[in-house]
Every structure is written in structure tokens, then in C-alpha cells.
Design a protein around this ligand. Structure first.
Ligand code: GLC
Ligand code: CA
Length: 565
């Protein structure tokens, strides 16, 4: 089995803008992260992944980069960034940043030149982006080159009058897509990557990495996602980065791709693949989408939770990469709702479901990523007004749903349940104003439940969600039985329980989790139940292990046995 430092660590995702505001301007910042390093160390974190810190007009909270070499003044200075690297490294914590390769901001100098035919460098930069001439309709009106739709629910082309062309943007119109077929653009990207490595960055989470190649025949399909997602040639670009930079410099690299076949999984995250060490994929993220909904598309169509498909996805990834690559495990990031609201029950069973979800995930093999606030059971936002939301996607989708005839109230319910802002509200540190995130009104409203759900309330409370996270994550730092174990799900098809064995070399864990708000009986027939002892139960009661094991609403139990050699 291959052994690497990044297999025995925990990653914590910091959504910089909402983590901690050190200078009271309402925006989280780099000094804020520095001030919380002790907290992260105590949590058992070995790697911090910080969301984009680059100069940006913030159309998409920094994923729209206007200068890859500058730190956004919202977040601090390059000296703050170096200080973060130094302090984190001195505590044994590595720092990885987001690397955004698919697009830039329309305010990036490349695009400014590319879109203006009179700019002295127009000819060099025009080809850095993807342009097509307009089509004409029967009346001679200009039309988009194709009906492709972007991921935020608006058309993927925007007209640029100065050149009489459309440019492609698969996210917002302020995020033009780069042309990865252009070698000089690739060269400039590589220089930029080396700059951050020389500064001391330990690796990258590579944003939207499966979108780099496009179908340059531009077929006129709707919505056309398959013409800019996971096209085989994007692996060539990733391998070029891998073999030129990532692998020789021994970085931690994590890709992002919606899904993958076994062959693709091996390309992304197989040992020696020269692409990434791990891949963030979304197989388990939207297990409650109603595909039969004829009005709403994708994640916006909420249906019943299919627990079986969450297990199938994990099992599939473990099988695809068994002994040949490495898995990352996580519940959600800044693009999905809060896990306790999404797959748990954030009212009656808030504690039970948050702790159950922690147990279900963090006793599985792989490298874990914990998303900020998850460790205290932060919930979806409670915003009542549309203006309280900030995400560009909320506003395009709101208009789309209005156009489909949905009422304002109905749309608000859908947005509150499904939108990305749910995960982006300010971190809840204490019961002080704004959850102790800032002393002034934050860039985005705090969730009203900070009075009860906050770090201060849970620190040093042995039965809190935070203490459970500290325990589980610290275990993972040293216990190879968990991180390198072999998982066997007990009943993939069950829609009620999430139960598995994780078998290491010297210990085996039996994890039983009830995903429902009713009592269930879990059949353990066929398992040898001898020699297990209970090490955790989120109801804090003593139990025996029976062939028919009773599990209360959202109960989780962890049983351990020593494997005789
Ligand atoms: C990724 C990011 C998301 C961002 C998009 C465009 O999916 O996680 O937040 O909006 O890429 O950069
Ligand atoms: Ca600040």
C-alpha cells in the first residue's frame, strides 16, 4: 500500500469571507484565520484549505479572480498571507489554497485586453478566451451561438459589442472561460502556480477542474453541459500541471469533478496518475433530488432522501480506488446546504442528527475534509428577505423560478433549503452580537440561532458536537485502522440506516447509524458479534449488541473490537 503524509491528516475548509473578522469591517480575513489557528489545532486539523484569497470584484466571492498575484484587500495583504503560512507551519499545519483555472474575472487584465480590439495587447490575449460570432435569426437579429446554459442558471454566452462576438462563461457572465488550448495561457498559469508554491503554499484545491476543455464544434444543444464537462482532453491539461509542477514539488492536490467512471477516477486520483492526490466528487451530495419534477431542474427539485444512493456512491468510490488510489471523505462544502439541515433534522433532533452524521462520516477510510461550522452543527440560514442572500446564483435562479410561475413564498422556501448561501453565513463563535464573528454588521447576515449554536457553548463540553468532532478528527490523525481500513456496508439498499464495518489491521469498527426520526430495529444477523465494546453512543446510554439492535431516532453507535493477529 502506498503511504503519504496527506493520507493521515484532516483538512478544514475555511470560507475566508465568513470565518473570522479581525479588523471589524464585517468581512472575514487572513488575520482572522491566524487568530483561530489554536482552535483548529485543537480540532485535529493538519491542513487548512482557504477559499479564494485573490484580488476579485467578488461577483462569486473570489472565484472570479482579477489578479492571481494579489491578495484581495478585503482579506489583508501579502504579508498577512506569509504570516499565516509561517504561523501555520510552525504549528505543523499545512495551508492549501483554491486554484481557479477554468476562468478569470471579466476585470482581469487578460480579458480587458481580449475584449477590446484597440487594446495594444488585444491580439495576444483574445485567444486566451473562447469567442464565437453571433448567429442570426430569421429577422437578422443577433443570437447566441448555442443554447448552452451556465451552472448558475443563465445562458453561457454574453455578447461583447466591441468585437461583435460572444464569449463563453459556464458560470456567471463576469467569469469568462479560459481557452486551455492556448499554450501561452497555460504557461502563464504555471508561472502563477509556481509563485504561490515558492511563497510556501503546500498545495491546491483545483476549482472546476473537469471543465477545462470545451467542445469546439459548439453544437447547439440545451442545456449542453456535456459539451463543457469532463471531456477527455481536460486530463491532458491536468497531467501537464501534474508532471511539470504538482508531482515534482510533492504538493497536496485535490481536484473537483461532478462524477467519474472508474477509468476517470484513476486518472484523477490513482497513485502515479500525475493529476491529483484526491478528488472532490459530488456522488453523495444531492441524494434527495426529485428527477421526475418537470418544473424545477437539478438540485432545486427537492424530493425524498434516498439514503441508499449515498451509500452506493461511497461504496463505488471505495471500490474504484481500492489499493490503486486515495479517497477523500466529506459531507459538504461552500456549494451545498448545511449537512444537519440537509440530511439530518435541525429542529427536534438537532444534536442527535448532527452527531450521527459526524459518526457516519468520520469513521470511514480516506482523508477527511470538515467544512467550517459543521463541527458545531451550524444549520441552514433563516433569512426571510431575498435581499439577505448574497450568492449570484440565488438571483438568477429566483428569476428563473418566477418565470416558471412559482410564487415568491414558494421560491423562498426552495432557496432556503437548497442554495449555497446556507453554508456561507458567518461562523458562530459565541453568543455575542453577530455570533462573535465581527463587532460590526457582517457582509452577510448571521444566522439568528448563534445564541445557542456557537463554539463557546460547546468548547470543553464533553458531550457537545464540537467535542465529538475533536475526538473523531484527532483519532484520525494517528489511527490507521480508520483512515486505511477496508469498509463493508451492511445493507446498502436500506433507506433507514447507514451502517458499516471498517476493518483495519488491528482494530475493527462497527458503526450503526439511524438516519430517520423514528426508532428502528437493525438486523445484525450473520455478523459475529463477539468481542465488540461500545465506544460511542450519541444517546450516552450503555447498550448490549444484539442480533436485532434497537436504534432510537438518529442514534449512532460505534462498536470496536481488537483483531487478533
Ligand atoms: C466551484 C466552486 C464554486 C464556484 C465555481 C466557479 O464549483 O466550488 O463555489 O462558484 O467553481 O468557480
Ligand atoms: Ca476584516
Amino acid at each position: 500500500m502506498e503511504q503519504h503524509w496527506w493520507q493521515q491528516t484532516n483538512i478544514y475548509q475555511v470560507y475566508l469571507r465568513s470565518f473570522y473578522d479581525s479588523n471589524q469591517d464585517g468581512i472575514g480575513d487572513i488575520q482572522g484565520v491566524i487568530q483561530k489557528l489554536d482552535y483548529l489545532k485543537g480540532l485535529g486539523i493538519g491542513v487548512i484549505w482557504i477559499s479564494p484569497h485573490y484580488a476579485s470584484p467578488m461577483d462569486d466571492n473570489g472565484y472570479d479572480v482579477s489578479d492571481f498575484y494579489q491578495v484581495s484587500p478585503d482579506y489583508g495583504t501579502i504579508d498577512d498571507f506569509k504570516e499565516l503560512l509561517d504561523k501555520a507551519h510552525s504549528m505543523g499545519i499545512k495551508v492549501i489554497t483554491d486554484l481557479i483555472l477554468n476562468h478569470t474575472s471579466d476585470e482581469h487584465q487578460w480579458f480587458v485586453a481580449a475584449s477590446n480590439p484597440f487594446h495594444p495587447e488585444h491580439h495576444k490575449y483574445h485567444d486566451y478566451y473562447i469567442w464565437q460570432p453571433p448567429k442570426n435569426d430569421e429577422q437578422g437579429q443577433k443570437m447566441r451561438p448555442t443554447r448552452w446554459m451556465g451552472w448558475f442558471g443563465s445562458p453561457a454566452w454574453t455578447y461583447n459589442e466591441a468585437t461583435n462576438e460572444y464569449y463563453l462563461h459556464i458560470f456567471s457572465k463576469k467569469m469568462p472561460d479560459l481557452n486551455w488550448r492556448n499554450a501561452s495561457m497555460r504557461q502563464e498559469m504555471k508561472e502563477m502556480i509556481r509563485y504561490w508554491i515558492q511563497l510556501g503554499v503546500d498545495g491546491f484545491r483545483v476549482d472546476a477542474s473537469n471543465h477545462l476543455e470545451k467542445n469546439w464544434e459548439f453544437p447547439d444543444d440545451f442545456p449542453g453541459y456535456h459539451h463543457f464537462s469532463s471531456l477527455p482532453k481536460h486530463h491532458e491539461y491536468l497531467k501537464e500541471l501534474g508532471s511539470d509542477i504538482f508531482v515534482p514539488m510533492d504538493l497536496l492536490t485535490i481536484g473537483e469533478s461532478g462524477g467519474a467512471s472508474k477509468e476517470e477516477a484513476l486518472q484523477y486520483a490513482g497513485y502515479g496518475s500525475n493529476e491529483f492526490n484526491m478528488l472532490i466528487q459530488f456522488g453523495h451530495c444531492w441524494a434527495d433530488v426529485d428527477d421526475s419534477n418537470s418544473v424545477l431542474m437539478g438540485k432545486w427539485a427537492q424530493g425524498k432522501l434516498r439514503l441508499s444512493s449515498i451509500k452506493e456512491s461511497f461504496q463505488n468510490w471505495y471500490e474504484m480506488l481500492e489499493n490503486v488510489g486515495w479517497n477523500v471523505i466529506y459531507w459538504h462544502n461552500h456549494d451545498q446546504p448545511r449537512i444537519v439541515s440537509h440530511y439530518g433534522n435541525d429542529s427536534t433532533y438537532w444534536f442527535e442528527s448532527a452527531s450521527m452524521l459526524a459518526v457516519a462520516l468520520y469513521l470511514m477510510p480516506g482523508t477527511a475534509i470538515c467544512y467550517q461550522g459543521e463541527e458545531i452543527g451550524m444549520t441552514n440560514v433563516d433569512y426571510q428577505e431575498l435581499s439577505m442572500f448574497k450568492d449570484v446564483e440565488v438571483f438568477t435562479e429566483y428569476q428563473n423560478m418566477l418565470a416558471k410561475g412559482l410564487s415568491h413564498e414558494h421560491i423562498m422556501t426552495i432557496i432556503r433549503a437548497r442554495c449555497r448561501d446556507n453554508a456561507r453565513s458567518p461562523m458562530q463563535w459565541s453568543e455575542a452580537a453577530y455570533g462573535g464573528f465581527s463587532k460590526v454588521s457582517p457582509w452577510m447576515p448571521s444566522n439568528g440561532n448563534y445564541l445557542t449554536i456557537n463554539v463557546k457553548n460547546q468548547l470543553n463540553q464533553p458531550t457537545s458536537i464540537l467535542s465529538l468532532y475533536q475526538h473523531l478528527l484527532n483519532q484520525r490523525l494517528s489511527n490507521e485502522n480508520i483512515t486505511h481500513g477496508k469498509i463493508t456496508f451492511l445493507d446498502v439498499s436500506s433507506q433507514k440506516d447507514f451502517s458499516y464495518l471498517n476493518t483495519g489491521t488491528t482494530e475493527e469498527y462497527l458503526v450503526l447509524c439511524n438516519f430517520t426520526s423514528s426508532k428502528i430495529m437493525k438486523s445484525l444477523n450473520g455478523l459475529n458479534l463477539a468481542n465488540y465494546s461500545l465506544i460511542y453512543n450519541n444517546y450516552f446510554t450503555l447498550q448490549n449488541l444484539e442480533n436485532e439492535q434497537e436504534l432510537l431516532p438518529y442514534e449512532s453507535q460505534v462498536w470496536k473490537r481488537v483483531i487478533s493477529q
